[in-house]
Design a protein around this ligand. Structure first.
Ligand code: 5GP
Ligand code: ZN
Length: 138
């Protein structure tokens, strides 16, 4: 199986831990494809496990989405088995904020499920900043 997800350009060996590589899980959602470079985006950060890019419909002067490369559906799907990447995302977020010059502060948001209005079902954290944000959270 060619792994178009984490191991670009290589043949995925059975040891690959990324479920998108396995025939059973070969769906690639829109954010899986963005992380794999199959859908273009304005990348602001990338490492082995995390990808960050500018939101296509920014709601603040700075609006960045930070995602795990491995598919996790939402906060509701975070478990002890996959939470290390979430911890890593929260190391990456302040690095991005500093690079983006968000010294006056910023908001981190993750919509989970229907009531929160989650539209893309791949875990993502919005970084919003660059202006005084609305005080209402809901
Ligand atoms: P949600 O409502 O699920 O929390 O946020 C999804 C976000 O993804 C929205 O802010 C939306 O603008 C953004 N988005 C949806 N599709 C794309 C895309 O193809 N490219 C980029 N860069 N952002 C997208
Ligand atoms: Zn995905």
């Amino acid at each position: 199986v060619r792994c178009s997800f984490q191991h670009l350009g290589t043949t995925c060996k059975s040891k690959c831990k990324h479920r998108c590589c396995h025939p059973k899980y070969q769906f690639m959602c829109i954010f899986c494809k963005i992380a794999a470079g199959e859908i273009p985006s304005t990348k602001v950060y990338e490492d082995e496990t995390v990808f960050a890019f500018r939101d296509i419909a920014p709601q603040a002067p700075t609006h960045i989405l930070v995602i795990p490369k491995a598919h996790i559906g939402s906060v509701a799907e975070v478990t002890p088995a996959n939470s290390a990447v979430v911890a890593h995302i929260f190391e990456v977020i302040p690095m991005i904020a500093q690079t983006e010059g968000l010294s006056e502060g910023y908001r981190v948001v993750s919509n989970c499920g229907a009531h929160a209005g989650q539209t893309v079902h791949h875990l993502h954290f919005h970084i919003l900043g660059g202006k005084q944000l609305a005080m209402e959270m809901a």
